[in-house]
Design a binder for this molecule. Sequence first.
Ligand code: TMP
Length: 210
Amino acid sequence: MNNGKLISFEGIEGVGKSTTINYIKKFLEKNNIDVYCTREPGGTRFGESIRDILLSNKSVISPEAELLLIFAIRNQHIEDIIIPKLKAGTWVLCDRFIDASFAYQGYGKKVNLKKIESLVDNFTKKVLPDLTIFFNLPYNLAKKRFPRNKNKDRFENLNDIFFNDVYNGYMKLANENKKRIKSIDANQSKDSVQKQIIRELTAAFEEIEQ
Ligand code: TMP
């Protein structure tokens, strides 16, 4: 369907995804690869508006309604942004994607995994990441990195049990999808985390030379 690659980045909050994605973008560009960075929930104007509602502490949203909103955002994102970019040969770096729905809504909020699988089967146009980088940092360590003074959003306000479940969910997903999901030890320096990711990218894609 495409010449570009879709690479997603996953992990609980506090693991340092966003800064690393910018570094990876620059690394790929040095390899003459055209790169587009995006995120979920979000990525389109529609998606970013709904993201504001999902993250607002004023919102009262059930786990299943949350799941449906996230998949509405994802469907629009895939159709308007991800597929056209991949078709144009661009590599798409996505800060969170399908695995986050299994980890947060499934393992975290206990929505039946079969319901999530059925949304994936029916509303994602068979778009799966070529590679997923999982920033592996247990919650007790990630928690220490949560910004102190920031006003927490609706997700960040969830409790320790929830985040432990999300982390364990990600571990399960990584173990069940070893070929696609590469687990990175995120309890390391920024430099070491970046090197681990570059190693995985170089092993996965022949387009990368250095
Ligand atoms: P972010 O702050 O990392 O961009 O993500 C916003 C929140 O959205 C984060 O707490 C995780 C959550 N989320 C889900 O619960 N399910 C999903 O499918 C995605 C993509 C994100």
